[in-house]
Design a binder for this molecule. Structure first.
Ligand code: NAD
Ligand code: TYD
Length: 356
C-alpha cells in the first residue's frame, strides 16, 4: 500500500480518487483536515476498504511511526502543505510549521522505517515529494521556461517554505540515501479546488454576482495544468522516475490572469446566463499582492522525454470541465463557504481598494 499525506486537499483527493480508480493498491490517507481538507471530496470512497483515512498531523512523529509500523507502505506521496500564497503573507507561521517542520518530521519517520526494511523492500521504497514551480521565483516576459536546473529564488513565504522542504528532501537522499523523487508542478485547476484560489474563486463569485477581484493589472502569467493530468504525472514518476531526480510538470498553457477570468465569464454566460448582464461586468481590479511573481512557466520536456508523460487536457477542455463541475456541485461549494471562509475573504479583500 501507499501512504498519502494531504489526501483530503484539492490535489491529494483527486490523486486518491484516480489511484483507486486505476488500481486496487490500498491508500492510507493522513490529513490534518485544516480549512483546506475536506472529506466530502472523498465521499465516493465511503465504505471502500482500500481507503484508510487517518486524521492527524505530519508533524506528529509518534503517529507517523505507528502508521509506518502498522501499514508498511511501499511509498509515501507527500502532498500535505499549507498551499495558498495570500494566506502565507497574512500568516507565515503555519507554513513554516507544516511545510518545513512537518516535512522534516515525515522525512525522519520515513527514514527510520526505510532503514530497517529488508533489502528488496528497501530498494523499492519511494518518498515522492510534491512541490511547486514557485520555488524558482519569477520570470520576465521573454525568459525561457523553468527547467529542473533553474536556480531556486523563492519570493513568498509559501514558496520559501516549499523550497526549504525541497532542499530537505534532496539532503535526505544525498546524506542518508533515502530513495526520493521530487516533482515541481505549475498551477493546478479542476474539481474540488478550494475557492480561495483564482479559478474557483472567480467562478463562485461570478455565480453570486459578486466582484471578481483581479490583482493589479491582471497581466501576471501562470502555466495552468488540469489536476488529473498532474495526478497521472505523479503516478508515472512514482512508478518509473529515477531516484534522486526532480521532474517539472506543466500544462504548456501560459495565460495571463485577466484572460483566465474573461474565459470563466464567457463560459458562465453560455452555461448559466445572468439576467443582470454579462459576467465580465463584475471584473474589478484591486490592489496587487505584495511581492507578486510576474510569470511562471514550466519546461516539461524532461518528464516527456524520460517517462513519456504529456498533459491530455487543453485549457479549453479543462476549464469547461471545471466550470461544469462547480455548477453540478452546489452542495460541495456551499459547504466549504463556512464562517471561516467568510473570515478569510474579509481578511484578504477588505483592505484591497478598487484600483481602477
Ligand atoms: P490544499 O491546500 O488544497 O490541501 C492541502 C491538504 O493538506 C489539506 O487537506 C490539509 O488538510 C492538509 N494538511 C495541511 N497541513 C497538514 C498537516 N500539518 N498535517 C497533515 N495534513 C495537513 O493543497 P493542494 O492545492 O491540494 O496542494 C497539494 C500539494 O501540491 C502541496 O504540497 C502544494 O504545495 C503542491 N502544489 C500545489 C499546486 C496547486 O496549484 N494547487 C501547484 C503545485 C504544487
Ligand atoms: P492563486 O490561485 O492564489 O495561485 P498562485 O498565487 O499560487 O499562483 O493565484 C493565481 C494568480 O491569480 C496569481 O497571479 C494571483 C492572482 N489572483 C488574483 O488576481 N485575484 C485573486 O483573488 C486571487 C486569489 C488570485
Amino acid at each position: 500500500m501507499i501512504l498519502v499525506t494531504g489526501g483530503a486537499g484539492f490535489i491529494g483527493a483527486n490523486f486518491v480518487l484516480d489511484w483507486l480508480a486505476a488500481c486496487d493498491e490500498p491508500v492510507v490517507n493522513l490529513d490534518a483536515l485544516t480549512y483546506a481538507g475536506n472529506l466530502e471530496s472523498l465521499a465516493a470512497l465511503e465504505g471502500d476498504a482500500r481507503h484508510i483515512f487517518v486524521r492527524g498531523d505530519i508533524a506528529d512523529r509518534a503517529l507517523l511511526d505507528a502508521l509506518f509500523a502498522t501499514h508498511a507502505p511501499r511509498a509515501v506521496v507527500h502532498f500535505a502543505a499549507e498551499s495558498h500564497v495570500d494566506r502565507s503573507i497574512h500568516g507565515p507561521g503555519a507554513f513554516i510549521k507544516t511545510n518545513i517542520e512537518g516535512s522534516y518530521t515525515l522525512l525522519e519517520a520515513a527514514r527510520s522505517y526505510w532503514a530497517a526494511l529488508p533489502a528488496q523492500a528497501k530498494a523499492g521504497f519511494r518518498f515522492h515529494h510534491v512541490s511547486t514551480d514557485e520555488v524558482y521565483g519569477s520570470l520576465a516576459a521573454g525568459d525561457a521556461a523553468f527547467t529542473e536546473e533553474h536556480a531556486y529564488e523563492p519570493n513568498s513565504p509559501y514558496s520559501a517554505s516549499k523550497a526549504a522542504s525541497d532542499h530537505l528532501v534532496r539532503a535526505w537522499h544525498h546524506t542518508y540515501g533515502l530513495p526520493v523523487v521530487t516533482t515541481n508542478c505549475s498551477n493546478n485547476y479542476g474539481p474540488y479546488q478550494f475557492p480561495e484560489k483564482l479559478i474557483p474563486l472567480m467562478i463562485v463569485n461570478a455565480l453570486a454576482g459578486k466582484p471578481l477581484p483581479v490583482y493589479g493589472d491582471g497581466m501576471q502569467v501562470r502555466d495552468w495544468l488540469y489536476v488529473t493530468d498532474h495526478c497521472a504525472a505523479i503516478r508515472e514518476v512514482l512508478a518509473r522516475g529515477r531516484v534522486g531526480e526532480t521532474y517539472n510538470i506543466g500544462g504548456w498553457n501560459e495565460k495571463p490572469n485577466i484572460e483566465i477570468v474573461r474565459t470563466v465569464c464567457a463560459l458562465l454566460d453560455e452555461l448559466r446566463p445572468d439576467p443582470a448582464g454579462r459576467h465580465d461586468r463584475l471584473i474589478t481590479h484591486v490592489t496587487d499582492r505584495p511581492g507578486h511573481d510576474r510569470r511562471y512557466a514550466i519546461d516539461a520536456r524532461k518528464i516527456e522525454r524520460e517517462l513519456g508523460w504529456r498533459p491530455t487536457e487543453t485549457f479549453d477542455s479543462g476549464i469547461r470541465k471545471t466550470v461544469q463541475w462547480v455548477l453540478a456541485n452546489p452542495r460541495w461549494i456551499a459547504n466549504v463557504q463556512s464562517g471561516a471562509y467568510r473570515d478569510w475573504l474579509a481578511t484578504n479583500y477588505a483592505d484591497r481598494a478598487n484600483s481602477r
